[in-house]
Every structure is written in structure tokens, then in C-alpha cells.
Design a protein around this ligand. Structure first.
Ligand code: HEC
Length: 195
């Protein structure tokens, strides 16, 4: 991950010494300069003590941001455009054909690996939870991490806004769109760390 190395170096360079009244202890939190990747947080803490500055760089595990709270207001028309990343391999039509991947009509809340006539990998068939919004979010963000061994060769949609738009649109590709997440479900997901 040379990006991370660069960012650590950048944070190190940016860590200046804070000038304060002698004898006082200053705390300075610096966000690294340059671009900020939304899924990869990093902070440098600089604490000035008795003349010698110490620095600790803390790396947080990059997580996949939840989308539940974003679905109700997500731009469904944009979501349809996001689906161009999928349509080489998937139809989203009622009665649509399986292509390289299965037809994704009615996919929200569907059981995994259940589209008739499609030959799935064991990777997906082995995951019990249905395709709730949360599971779709994780899978679309990083298919191979969510379902190691999946034969879906797609690198993942990293932008959380794009995923929310896409999944809000996928919700409409159904005989009866699944209910939007309740406030309770949104809060539970927000309390559940990074997922
Ligand atoms: C290169 C082809 C390809 C692309 C691009 C692709 N997929 Fe897939 N997708 C597949 C294949 C193949 C499978 C079956 C995976 C398996 O069996 O492991 C699959 C499976 C899935 C499933 C599980 C379906 C089920 O019935 O369990 C979902 C959901 C899905 N894809 C969503 C998407 C979305 C959304 C996109 C676009 C962001 C996308 N895929 C892009 C090939 C692709």
C-alpha cells in the first residue's frame, strides 16, 4: 500500500511544532494534507511536552461505510447510471436473462444464489443471510472480501454515495420494492462499528 506509506510520510512532514507559552503543553491534531480518501482515515497526533515533541501516527482499519441512512434520499436516477458498471454481466429486468452473472430483478431481500438456471460459485451459496441492503452494500463495495472465492470479477464500487444511489435504484427493480430501512435498523447499523 504505497499510498498509505506516502500519507504517513506526508503526515510526518506536516507535523509542525506548535508555538505556545513556555511551560504549557499543546495538543495539535493534524489531518494529512493532500487528498483524503473517505474510506481510509488517518490522524497524526503531535503533543509538545518538555521541549521534545513526540508523534504517534494511528492507522484506523479502513471500513465500508453503511448506506442504510442514505437510501431514502439517494438519487435513484443516478443509481440507474451507476448500474452501467454492472450491466455487462447482469440484467435487472423482470424475466431478464442470466448473462455472465444472474438476473438481478427482485434481488433486495432475496436469498443468496437462488436465481433459477444460474450456476453459482460455492462462495455465495455458502452465505446464509439474504441480500439485505447491508449485505448488498458490503458485496458491491468489495465482492471478494465479502464472499472470498466468488466468481464475480468486479473490483468493487468504492464511493459510498454511488453505492447508495445504485442500491436505491436496485430496490426499484422489483415487483414490490422492499421497504426502506427503519430508523431502528439505521441506528443499529450505525452503532455497529464500521459496517
Ligand atoms: C464481470 C461480470 C460482473 C460484473 C461487472 C458484475 N457482476 Fe455481479 N455477479 C457476477 C457473477 C459471475 C456472479 C455470480 C457470483 C458467484 O456465483 O460467486 C454475480 C453475482 C452478483 C450478485 C449475487 C446474486 C445472487 O443471486 O445471489 C449480486 C447482488 C451482484 N452480482 C451485483 C452486482 C452489481 C450491483 C454489479 C455492479 C456494481 C455487479 N454485480 C457487477 C458477475 C458480474
Amino acid at each position: 500500500m504505497s499510498l498509505m506509506v506516502n500519507k504517513i510520510a506526508a503526515a510526518g512532514l506536516a507535523a509542525g511544532v506548535i508555538a505556545m507559552t513556555a511551560g504549557l503543553i499543546g495538543n495539535l491534531i493534524i489531518n494529512p494534507p493532500g487528498y483524503h480518501h473517505s474510506e481510509d482515515e488517518q490522524f497524526a497526533y503531535v503533543v509538545e511536552g518538555d521541549g521534545s515533541a513526540t508523534e504517534a501516527v494511528v492507522e484506523e482499519e479502513p471500513g465500508i461505510e453503511p448506506i442504510l441512512a442514505m437510501l431514502a434520499d439517494a438519487d435513484v436516477a443516478s443509481g440507474e447510471r451507476r448500474a452501467r458498471a454492472c450491466t455487462a454481466c447482469h440484467a435487472f429486468e423482470s424475466g431478464g436473462a442470466n448473462k455472465v452473472g444472474p438476473n438481478l430483478w427482485n434481488i433486495v431481500n432475496a436469498p443468496k444464489a437462488q436465481v433459477p438456471g444460474f450456476s453459482y460459485s460455492d462462495a455465495l451459496a455458502g452465505i446464509a443471510e439474504p441480500w439485505g441492503y447491508h449485505e448488498l452494500n458490503l458485496f458491491i463495495a468489495n465482492p471478494k472480501e465479502y464472499a472470498p472465492g466468488t466468481k464475480m470479477s468486479y473490483g468493487g464500487m468504492k464511493n459510498v454515495n454511488h453505492r447508495a444511489e445504485l442500491i436505491a435504484w436496485m430496490r426499484t427493480r422489483a415487483d414490490t420494492p422492499a421497504p426502506l430501512p427503519t430508523e431502528e435498523e439505521i441506528n443499529a447499523a450505525a452503532g455497529g462499528a464500521s459496517e
